[in-house]
Design a protein around this ligand. Structure first.
Ligand SMILES: Nc1ncnc2c1ncn2[C@@H]1O[C@H](COP(=O)(O)OP(=O)(O)O)[C@@H](O)[C@H]1O
Ligand SMILES: [Mg+2]
Length: 339
């Protein structure tokens, strides 16, 4: 039995400007013991999916099972199997840290939980904050308490929605050390994050969500294998020629281009030279999950534009697809719907 099963989950938010289809028949399973990543740009529907999983929002269609329990019809059992760390910082300002954790234990009917609470406090670097009032804590510390709160009832499935957004490096490390340990001991983890290097390091499988649809789902190693294997990176203040601009990932002065072999590198540099573009700090690196993510999301956006009859900015898709073929970038929902 999967730890979590999303079956044709759809969510429509009605609005005066027309219905918003936040989720469109999302289907995938997470097996027990997985460290599963759910990635996607802002507004993709990640939090909506997690809210439905946690029973905080109801799906318009489809169903979600946690350890075989339907989150609607068998809410208590499903909720008990889940530890959810929400994206928003919500807390009770009148409690201190230990009280908040005891209160949360009480919510699950657990009376004498201090041994586990102490372990949680230690594991999350909160021991010396146990009697601090929630109000006095920094954002990062509150985030740790939210994680501890999600875990008071030792749930077999741990769900973290952007737990490291705006959080310092030390907390990220503490958190990942702790969550990885729980995962090694058998907990299933579902993580959404903007930090793709985190997902790459931690998750054995990854689903990418865009506009409410699963557009890729595979083992992390497979997703990485699909990407252009090398990336040429340089810095410039000049405007790139069109052919390069169409496939480049530009962050400030830094330009990155897929370049699988020496010929591709030569082509790019020749094009740069012809355009009279001045470049600095040239280097070649291996493609990472962010490259894959950009390819998949761009591919699904241009497929969407084609479907809606919107003409794409820049050049047609076949030329922009960095993998050299667009069949692969539009593949995903096929794989996504099979178990
Ligand atoms: N309560 C709501 N009412 C109306 N629209 C919402 C609500 N919550 C989310 N949305 C919309 O649904 C889409 C998905 O949002 P969300 O699930 O928060 O995405 P993500 O977590 O991937 O950034 C967005 O377009 C968002 O504006
Ligand atoms: Mg979100």
């Amino acid at each position: 039995m999967p730890a979590v099963s999303f079956q044709n989950v759809s969510k429509i938010y009605p609005s005066s400007r027309g219905d918003l289809h936040a989720l469109k028949a999302v289907s995938f399973d997470i097996q027990s013991g997985e460290f599963f990543g759910l990635l996607g740009p802002n507004g993709a529907g990640k939090t909506t999916l997690i809210s439905i999983l946690a029973g905080l929002a109801s799906a318009t269609g489809g169903r979600v099972l946690v350890k075989g329990h339907d989150v609607q019809t068998d809410y208590q059992a499903a909720r008990r199997a889940l530890g959810v760390v929400p994206q928003e910082l919500v807390f009770d300002p009148f409690f201190n840290v230990r009280e908040a954790l005891r209160f949360q234990s009480g919510y699950f009917g657990i009376r004498h939980n201090d041994a586990w609470i102490d372990e949680l406090l230690a594991g999350l670097g909160l021991t010396d904050k146990a009697s601090a009032n929630m109000r006095q804590l920094s954002g990062g510390m509150k985030r740790r308490v939210l994680v501890a709160q999600a875990l008071v009832h030792k749930p077999p499935v741990i769900v973290l929605d952007e737990p490291t957004a705006g959080v310092d490096v030390e907390l990220r490390q503490t958190l990942w050390h702790f969550i990885s340990q729980l995962n090694k001991q058998g907990s299933t983890v579902l993580l959404t994050t903007h930090y793709l290097e985190e997902a790459e390091a931690l998750c054995n499988r990854i689903a990418m969500l865009n506009r409410g649809e699963v557009v890729a789902l595979d083992r992390t190693s497979e997703l990485l294998r699909r990407a252009a294997s090398n990336v040429l990176r340089f810095k410039t203040d000049d405007t790139l020629p069109d052919d390069l601009a169409a496939m480049a990932r530009v962050t400030g002065r830094v330009v990155q281009l897929p370049a699988n072999d020496a010929q591709a590198v030569e082509r790019i540099l020749a094009s740069v030279r012809e355009a009279g573009v001045h470049v600095d700090d040239i280097e070649i690196r291996k493609a990472d999950l962010e490259d894959v993510f950009i390819e998949v999301i761009e591919g699904s956006n241009s497929a969407h534009r084609a479907q809606e009859g919107i003409s794409p900015p820049g050049r047609p898709k076949a030329e922009t697809a960095p993998m050299g073929g667009n069949e692969d970038t539009s593949m995903p929902s096929v794989g996504a719907n099979s178990p």
